[in-house]
Write a protein that binds this ligand. Sequence first.
Ligand code: FSO
Ligand code: SF4
Length: 529
Amino acid sequence: MFCYQCEQTSQATGCTAFGVCGKDPDTAALQDLLMQICKKISEKAHAKRLAGEATREADLFVTEGLFTTVTNVNFDPKDIAGIISRGVALLKELGGEWELPDTLDGLISQGEKVGIESRMTSLGEDITGLQELILYGLKGTAAYADHAFVLGKEDDSVYAFFHEAMAFLLNPAPTVDELVALTLKVGEVNLTVMGLLDAANTGTYGHPVPTPVRITPVKGKAILVSGHDLKDLEILLKQTEGKGINIYTHGEMLPCHGYPELKKYPHLVGNYGGAWQDQRSEFEAFPGAILMTTNCIQKPKENYKARIFTTGLVQWPGVEHIGEEKDFTPVIEAALAAEGFAETEEEKTILTGFGHNAVLGVAPQVIDAVKSGALKHFFLIGGCDGAKPGRNYYTDFAEAVPDDCAILTLACGKFRFNKLDFGDIGGIPRLLDMGQCNDSYSAIQVAIALAEAFECGVNDLPLSMILSWYEQKAICVLLTLLHLGIKDIKVGPTLPAFITPTVLQVLIDNFNIAPVTTVEDDMKECLGA
Ligand code: FSO
Ligand code: SF4
């Protein structure tokens, strides 16, 4: 196997014997094969679309296929083999050809032949790296598109682009310039998709409002919901009403507490634990059932395997999967059979719910604070958390932010420092949690509005972006920021292995993007000191 799509890749170069994430070589080969089949489907669908024909099935298949292969989503080789069979049938319907082996081993050996390494030899590392950058950006965008789709929002131009881009990845001789242009186009389309998802979330559940979220347990039976899917949480909240079970969010589900149509449920009591990479000890200690709605799942420990459930596209072999009918009865039964929390601990809270609507609602105060000099600089410390060492940088950076500056947070990286007390500036909290990774859309809206208010460009604002990446959603968000022409972004904890020195130079020349260095030096640079 060879996989280098996430930040924790082995030796910072690529997982070859086994995935650091727990992905085995068979699953890796099947994921590579699924991507190849998706590219072939897209090639046919792109041609059909140019001829004015409908491609609905291909649109949904490729979107789900991309999301399925995001890091920490689907580790089940049998399930992926089933998706491949459906893909091959669809490809044939579209007029394509593919010899489908009738054994799992046959599929695996086919997958081994279409992996990244085969292209590295023929196309070189720069071209392959750029192709993978595009593919990973598409995977992240597809994840967001799928979330929006679940809530009834989609955009045909997005599917058209998925097919065009995936088909281009079959081009046997692409140039660096063509691939760089396509990379930025992924960022543009991802902005559209994040906007769709924002409209889906806020249209269904209302605009988030600043909300204190309890982070200490309440006595009683409990279910912990992790992942990113708001609708799954809502369905579970409805199915548990009046059953004496308290619902807790985990990781990227924390911002759900800010949405009026979710926070109205009294049994949505709080958030438990931190970011995804701490789940094995946190789930072990959690005295109830656990529901994973999307990434990031890690190999479950035996002692909680019977009380963890997956739904949507996330799967782990041997873990009970709740299908599309979304009947969460097994989760509820597991929660009732578990001990639950024995005591209610003293209440402690953290704040969330500062989406674009909430922040722009206090825009006049923010603008006055900036004009008077009371609020000197904004730091967007956004992105994923992860297990590798070096991520203390983000905690240290947040702690080093001067008292007259505000911090905006996004995604699960915030758990490194969101329980610290940052105080406020004239009533405006210094730490404003804008939501999940896809709520980068909110940060962009706020930045654009501030730039308009100050009659300057976004790059001229007193705003610095310090990003942490782990998986492919962070990649598509980064591409959106580059598409918007945002410069001087700092990325860590390490740069992606698929960004070769040549490609990095292109990013530096055009966007002055830089890896994080030391807190002291980066802070000085951001503040222009
Ligand atoms: Fe984190 Fe995982 Fe949300 Fe990612 S839980 S790492 S960027 O899935 O998508 O932030
Ligand atoms: Fe390795 Fe990341 Fe790929 Fe998993 S997703 S195999 S950890 S590079």
